[in-house]
Design a protein around this ligand. Structure first.
Ligand SMILES: CC(C)(COP(=O)(O)OP(=O)(O)OC[C@H]1O[C@@H](n2cnc3c(N)ncnc32)[C@H](O)[C@@H]1OP(=O)(O)O)[C@@H](O)C(=O)NCCC(=O)NCCS
Length: 232
């Protein structure tokens, strides 16, 4: 099929928005469509929860069996998600009709802290008992112990919230390294500005040997560093 055999409704002397097809047609590299950001709808919550579970351990799923820890992990999921899903700013990243990322934002730090401190203490007691009694075993046990340790260190040594707003950003592996994180950062910047707030903060796990230059270029400053093995 030659270029001239394209349907007459697409004039051959005008650029077309379709590649020609056939054995002699030149191959055309179409740009991959960019994932799209939009406010979350209640019908997205299941997909957000599923993505949370597959990225729970610093961007990866928990390895191994979670038998004996299902209840503890379900509580952990509620602790990490529910306050945002019911009362926060939630933006999803959609790619090919699938949810491949989200931003969970909080624009009322004090109310969030009051609510979360109680919930977090409840989870620590429940999870700690599960570990102490041997009910939670294997990789889940290791995760729970490390998560309690990381949380304890952050609580003891971390600074007070530097701004009255914060966000968690999380992308599926398929959506990473495509600069979508910056799009979500820009969306949070806009929401914070619209709310009249001076700024927001977040946490990022920086792999060994990697710098935070990109975050600095996006306007962020480092206020605290802490070794950790469980944050995302
Ligand atoms: C971390 C994350 C938000 C980055 O978003 P992304 O769209 O995948 O970012 P990209 O890989 O396109 O990188 C954009 C820039 O940020 C840098 N970057 C990305 N992840 C980084 C990290 N973890 N630490 C330091 N720099 C990072 C890249 O090197 C790149 O820099 P450049 O502008 O100099 O090229 C995303 O990979 C993710 O969600 N990972 C899993 C969950 C997680 O770790 N969340 C942490 C945020 S709360």
């Amino acid at each position: 099929m030659s270029e001239r055999s394209v349907p007459s409704t697409i004039a051959a002397d005008r650029p077309t928005d379709r590649p020609t097809v056939g054995p002699t047609a030149p191959s055309v590299d179409l740009p991959t469509p960019r994932p799209r950001l939009r406010p979350a709808r209640p019908t997205d919550h299941l997909a957000i929860r599923a993505l949370f579970r597959t990225t729970i351990l610093a961007g990866d799923p928990l390895p191994g069996s979670v038998l004996g820890a299902r209840d503890c992990l379900a509580r952990y999921e509620r602790l990490c998600l529910d306050a945002y899903l019911s009362d926060g700013l939630v933006i999803v990243v959609e790619d090919d009709d699938a949810i491949v990322g989200y931003l969970l934002g909080c624009l009322d730090e004090q109310a969030h802290r009051r609510h979360q401190t109680r919930q977090a203490l409840g989870w620590v007691v429940h999870a700690g008992l599960g570990v102490a009694t041997g009910r939670i075993r294997g990789d889940a046990r290791r995760f729970v112990r490390l998560r309690i340790h990381d949380g304890w260190v952050a609580w003891r040594r971390g600074p007070r919230p530097p701004f009255p707003a914060h966000a968690h950003i999380n992308l599926a592996r398929s959506a990473r390294a495509r600069r979508v994180g910056f799009d979500l950062v820009a969306a949070m910047d806009a929401a914070v500005a619209a709310a009249g707030l001076p700024g927001w903060y977040g946490e990022v796990t920086v792999p060994a040997g990697r710098s935070l230059a990109a975050a600095a270029r996006a306007g962020a400053s480092v206020v605290h560093r802490q070794p950790n093995r469980t944050f995302t």
